[in-house]
Design a protein. Sequence first.
Length: 238
Amino acid sequence: MFEAGIAGELSEGLTISYDFSSEEFSDYSENSTISHGFGGLYEKELGDWSFGLGGDYISMALDGTDYLDMTMFIPSVSYFRNKTYLMTSLIFQEKNFVDFNQLDADMTQYSLLAFQFFNDYRSHFSIGYSTAKEDADTPDYDFDEKKLAIGVTHPIAIGGWSYETKLTYEKRSRDYPKVTNAELKNDEDRDRVQFSLATSLTNNLELELFYDFKDRKANIADATYDSHVTALRINYRR
């Protein structure tokens, strides 16, 4: 897996970004992906309030062949006061598959996110909740989704080195209310745990150990499995 990204501020409140991701599977090359993402965000602060308007475009290739294009439009409102940060947002997403038009879909997601800072702002707790509804060109793939996530970020010291630790747990449930084909999943539950340990090498370089576990359960065997991803990352920030 390789990931890289760059972001820059064009003017006050206006930021653009580019992200690249490549994931290869030696035994299952048909699952290898490459994606390019372009994004923009405009934010306006008014006292304790901030209003944002963002957009993203993502193009993904599967096993070297164009697979999926996604566009997103994201208005948001946030509030920060007394070490508490609150944000609510809407995500309007359109998915267009190159060869699987039956999966083309529009999704609307509403989310709430809260952070509580402590330890002189070096640590925080987070909790987030979202609901989503996706309407696909084929009704069998329509779904309703609910997601809850909690996390904590806190610095620690080991052997004279300082590290930032992050631990998050996420619970996601999906219901496919219009499924008529018994071979397709009509529900899915996913538990996800992510952990990272990062330390600064220089003012710009950071070394990060990352772990991601997903446990999926569904009404069909093909959609019931778990996955483990362990990565060592070098992050560069200016």
